[in-house]
Design a protein around this ligand. Structure first.
Ligand code: ADP
Ligand code: AMP
Length: 216
């Protein structure tokens, strides 16, 4: 299966992708996670991405399209895209990469949630810098406050989850990313809308129902 999970930052894409990966055996391709790994490794790509990420802006389309096309090529057993495409130009680049590889997408899912909820989710998010696990200070608490359940050590708040950058990221979403849904609809692709303003488990149930239907 090849899927896209669309939705604003903080909609729960990463949280749900981890569950999709476990159940359907897909590779999770998160453009944000890949960029953070490049930054941690100090690569030229990571250095280039840094200032855009820290200000809540988008990394240039050509850089992202090349990076994701490379990652997709390595995911032979299918994948779920998270955080990509984030502009109409990226959606066009993805279509071109899929055409070139003779591949099609099985589903495009949009997690719908409003800005007020998102702001609380992002500012309360805590991440493990070692294993990538994601928690929330109210909605998904670690067993011991501030510590990863897997024994990795202290959790951190992403710099771009601080309130000022969250505001910029939401603005970026509305100005540049929300239009991706319309792009697919105009091309006759159905976009499955899932209400993501409910418990994490309820969102998973709705998502799995859609994916099971597709998997037949
Ligand atoms: P995204 O990958 O879309 O940016 P995340 O999956 O990292 O979003 O979720 C953002 C934050 O919101 C995390 O702290 C996560 O634990 C929390 N979260 C995710 N889904 C829900 C939900 N349905 N209800 C409440 N909190 C959620
Ligand atoms: P995320 O982890 O998806 O919230 O992404 C964190 C940051 O990485 C974003 O605010 C952007 O600066 C950058 N980023 C991630 N994915 C993309 C993308 N598809 N296009 C451009 N920038 C991206």
């Amino acid at each position: 299966m090849r899927l896209i999970l669309l939705g604003p930052p903080g909609a729960g894409k990463g949280t749900q992708c981890k569950r999709i990966v476990e159940k359907y055996g897909l590779t999770h391709l998160s453009s944000g996670d890949i960029l953070r790994a490049e930054r941690a490794a100090g690569t030229a790509l990571g250095r280039k991405a840094q200032s855009y990420m820290d200000s809540g802006a988008l990394v240039p389309d050509d850089v992202i399209i090349d990076m994701m096309a490379g990652a997709m090529q390595k995911a032979a057993g299918g994948y779920v895209l998270d955080g990509f495409p984030r502009t109409v130009a990226q959606a066009e680049g993805l279509d071109a990469a899929l055409d070139k590889a003779g591949q099609t997408l099985d589903a495009i899912v949009n997690l719908v949630v409003d800005d007020e909820v998102i702001a609380r989710r992002l500012t309360g998010r805590r991440s493990c810098p070692v294993c990538g696990a994601v928690y929330h200070i109210e909605n998904l608490k670690p067993r011991v406050e501030g510590q990863c359940d897997k024994g990795c050590g202290p959790l951190v708040q992403r710099d771009d989850d601080k309130p000022q950058v969250v505001r910029a990221r939401l603005k970026t979403y509305h100005e540049q990313t929300a239009a991706v849904v319309g792009y697919y609809q105009r091309r006759g692709r159905s976009v499955v809308e899932i209400d993501a303003d409910r418990d994490i488990d309820d969102v998973t149930t709705a998502l799995f129902a859609e994916l099971d239907r597709l998997a037949g």
